[in-house]
Ligand binder design. Structure first.
Ligand SMILES: *Cc1c(COP(=O)(O)O)cnc(C)c1O
Length: 389
C-alpha cells in the first residue's frame, strides 16, 4: 500500500471554519459586508496595531504599502535575497529599483551589519533606499531594533514582511504591532500559519498610511464627503481621488480568517512542539538545526535544516530527491531572488550575495504544520536518519 506524501505545510479546516463560511453564503453580503471589519479587528486585537486592512493577498498588501510610503520612480527598495519574489517585486510594481542585503549566516534573515555597510556606501553614492523590507524568515523575527535605528539615521521607511510570522513575538511584543516599522504585512495563503485561502493584510499605527491604503485597496474611490472636491450630487455619489486597484478581500475569506484567528495561539504552540521534537531527535545528524534567537518567539512557519555536505556522501539534490521518493514532501525556501532570470536581466549576477547562495545549496524545509501527527513526524525523522546515516 502506497502511503500519501507528507506535505511541508498544510492548512487545518474545522467544522467551525466551514460553518462560518456557510453563514456568509446564506447572508446578504459576499463582499463588502461586516466580516472583513470583524477580521481586521481580530488582527488589531491580536497585534496591538492601530489599523489593519485585509486585502486579497500579501502581494497586494506589499504593493499598496509601498505606494502609501511614496515609493516611485527613481527610488530604491531593499530586501533580503532569501524570500518569496513578492517581497522584491512590490518595488518594481511602483517603478522603483530593487536591491538586496545579504543574509546573516545564523538566522538567514537580512543581516543588520551588512545593511549598515551597504547604507554607508549608498550614502556616498546618493543611492539610499526609500523603503527596506526585512522578512521574518520561517517566522523568526529580524533584528528590528537595529533596523529601526538605521531607519532613523538613514531616513528610510520599513515594511516588515511578516508573511511567516503571525503569532510570533519580538522583545515580548506581538509581531505586527509596528513598533519598529511603518507597516507590517501578513499572508494568509493556505501554507501559512492562518489561512483565508488567498489573502493578506497590512497593519500600521499611522492614520495617514491607513487612509491611503484604504483608498488604494478599492480603486482610489471615496464616499467620505470630507475627502471630496465638491459637495455630493446625491446618494449614489462617490469620487475617485487616487489611482487604486481592486485588492479587496471577500466576506467568505474574512469569515475563514475570523475563526482561524481564534486558534492562532494553538497553531503556533503546536508548531513549537513539533520544532522541539525535531531539535531533540535530529541533533545527532550531519545537519545544522534552526538557530533560535533569545527574546523572540518564532511563528515557526517553516523548519529549515542545512546539510553539512562535507560530512555526507550525497549531494543536496540527492538527499532532497531521496526524501521526496520516500513520501516526505520537503521543499526549499527560497531560491535567491537575485538569481531568478527576471532579476538577472536587471543586472544581478550569481555571486552577488554569497551567504544567500550558500544557504540555497544546503537548505531543506522539513514538513511542519500544526495538525501533523506524532507518527507522521516520526516517519520524517526515521527516513531522514536512514538517508543521512
Ligand atoms: C507567501 C509570501 C508572500 C506572498 O503572499 P501571498 O499572500 O501569496 O501574496 C510574500 N512574502 C513572503 C515572505 C511569503 O512567504
Amino acid at each position: 500500500m502506497r502511503s500519501e506524501m507528507i506535505p511541508y505545510g498544510k492548512q487545518e479546516i474545522t467544522q467551525q471554519d466551514i460553518d462560518g463560511v456557510i453563514d456568509v453564503l446564506n447572508s446578504d453580503f459576499l463582499t463588502q459586508g461586516p466580516k472583513v471589519p470583524e477580521f481586521e479587528n481580530s488582527l488589531t486585537k491580536h497585534t496591538g496595531a492601530e489599523y489593519a486592512l485585509a486585502v486579497n493577498s500579501a502581494t497586494s498588501a506589499l504593493h499598496i504599502a509601498c505606494l502609501a510610503l511614496g515609493l516611485g520612480e527613481g527610488d530604491w527598495l531593499w530586501t533580503s535575497p532569501i524570500t518569496f519574489v513578492a517581497s522584491a517585486n512590490c518595488g518594481l510594481y511602483c517603478g522603483a529599483k530593487v536591491d538586496f542585503v545579504d543574509i546573516d549566516t545564523a538566522t538567514y534573515n537580512m543581516c543588520p551589519k551588512k545593511l549598515e555597510q551597504k547604507l554607508i556606501a549608498a550614502k556616498a553614492n546618493g543611492t539610499l533606499p526609500k523603503v527596506v523590507v526585512p522578512v521574518h524568515l520561517c517566522g523568526q523575527p529580524c533584528d528590528m531594533e537595529s533596523i529601526a535605528k538605521l531607519a532613523k539615521e538613514y531616513e528610510f521607511k520599513v515594511i516588515e514582511d511578516a508573511s511567516h510570522a503571525i503569532g510570533g513575538r519580538y522583545l515580548n511584543q506581538p509581531i505586527g504591532n509596528c513598533e519598529y516599522s511603518d507597516i507590517t504585512v501578513f499572508s494568509f495563503h493556505p501554507v501559512k500559519i492562518v489561512t483565508t485561502a488567498e489573502g493578506g493584510a497590512a497593519l500600521t499605527n499611522q492614520k495617514e498610511l491607513a487612509d491611503k491604503m484604504v483608498l488604494l485597496r478599492s480603486h482610489g474611490i471615496t464616499r467620505d464627503p470630507e475627502m471630496m472636491s465638491e459637495t455630493s450630487h446625491g446618494g449614489w455619489y462617490y469620487q475617485q481621488i487616487d489611482l487604486g486597484f481592486n485588492y479587496r478581500m471577500t466576506e467568505l475569506q474574512a469569515a475563514l480568517g475570523v475563526t482561524q484567528m481564534q486558534r492562532l495561539e494553538e497553531f503556533v504552540a503546536a508548531r513549537h512542539l513539533l520544532s522541539k521534537r525535531y531539535n531533540e531527535l535530529l541533533s545527532e545528524l550531519p545537519i545544522i538545526l534552526p538557530h533560535q534567537l533569545e527574546n523572540t518567539y518564532s511563528g515557526l512557519h517553516l523548519f529549515v535544516i542545512r546539510l553539512k555536505l562535507d560530512k555526507i556522501l550525497m549531494t543536496h539534490r540527492q538527499v532532497f530527491d531521496a526524501l521526496r521518493e520516500n513520501g516526505i514532501g520537503v521543499n526549499l525556501h527560497y531560491i535567491p531572488v537575485h538569481t531568478q532570470p527576471y532579476y538577472q536581466n536587471l543586472g544581478f549576477k550569481t555571486g552577488d550575495f554569497p551567504a544567500a547562495e550558500r544557504y540555497y545549496k544546503e537548505a531543506i524545509s522539513l514538513p511542519m504544520y500544526h495538525s501533523m501527527s506524532k507518527k507522521q513526524q516520526e516517519q520524517v525523522i526515521a527516513i531522514l536518519e536512514r538517508i543521512l546515516k
